[in-house]
Ligand binder design. Sequence first.
Ligand code: GH3
Ligand code: MG
Ligand code: MG
Length: 388
Amino acid sequence: MAAIEEALARTARGEREAVGDLDRLFHTIAGTAGTFGFDRLSEIAAEAEVICDGVACPEEAAASCAVLLDSLREAASAAPAPLATLGLVAAPPAWAEGVARILCIDDDADQAAYLCSILRHSGYDVESVQAAARFDGAVETFRPDLILLDINLEDGNGLDLARRVRENELVAALPIVFVTGRRSIESRIDGMRAGGDDYLVKPVQSDLLLATVASRLERAQAVKTLVDRDELTRLSNQGAFQRRMQLAVDERAKRDTQFCLVMLDIDHFKKVNDRYGHLIGDRVLSSFARFLRAGVRDEDAVGRCGGEEFGIVLARMSPADAQGVTQRLLERFGAMEHAARRGARFFVTFSAGVAQLLSGDTVDSWKQRADDALYAAKRAGRARVAAA
Ligand code: GH3
Ligand code: MG
Ligand code: MG
């Protein structure tokens, strides 16, 4: 609107090329507003376009367009905004890792802009890719929580991309929503067979898009929580923690980011169980988990890797700093009093091993070095931190 007003002002001052600018702006609105279902807007813009094409002098165009601009404003304010902004559709579900990320693949720039603007408006973090060739890279770096996938792409086929996602263990469970112009039942079946969760036909109503995305994300998060969480401590379980370690290995290879792994094991935990009972033992594990989660940054991964063994992946940290952080955790946790029955109080310590992620490391070799350091800490007398 501001661009039109500016072009209109220049037109009114008699600038001939401003009429051309105005013409182009109205042309864009006439085209895109129609695609998005804002028919009245499209009609008015088309009318203005005709005026700009036909008038003899700029002043005349300015006078006619000024009248139309008022109608245009009115139509724009009545145009159906994405329903989420009107509160008719639930806001994006709260997402465990901040704002949910949506990757949109569509080779039609206008369609992509349309889908992205609806989703961004509703608070999602959206990235758009127009070529199939850029798909894998975007999945890897953007790490989407959901994928909107067009089927006909200039340099490929969305069905193939969906199959690739389903075959890649790291992202196999990602929700995939096809958004395509193909309406046939055969194409829908192809979409489902390729691993699509939903199939929307263009033009997509914004409220249907938002409802589909929100419900797919919600379901995915519920499943992820079940699969990835350790029930007792609510931390990542061993499998999920290993996947986080793998992401760190990948990130180091690509961007040379520093990572340290800390493996921690509670000292003489068997005695805690023997003396105070399994239930109290469980409570110690839960409070240790909460303590660790609260003691590191959001970007750091914390997981339960076994009975009383935990792991932390510290991002962007030198081994010396990681050791310092772990040492402070040990001092604070060691000073925490735990309550048992009949007013009994006791203290618990842990031992830890720190290993820096080296170039050429795999998840296994990295973990082995941290485990070796942890074992050394145990042998050296427990309640201490050792570096690999
Ligand atoms: P160390 O200092 O050498 O690590 O001695 P430790 O006693 O901590 O180690 P050990 O491996 O001998 O014993 C671990 C104990 O942790 C034994 C097991 O019963 C207990 N444990 C494992 N998982 C749980 C759990 O979920 N809850 C409870 N309460 N205990 C658990
Ligand atoms: Mg296409
Ligand atoms: Mg132990």
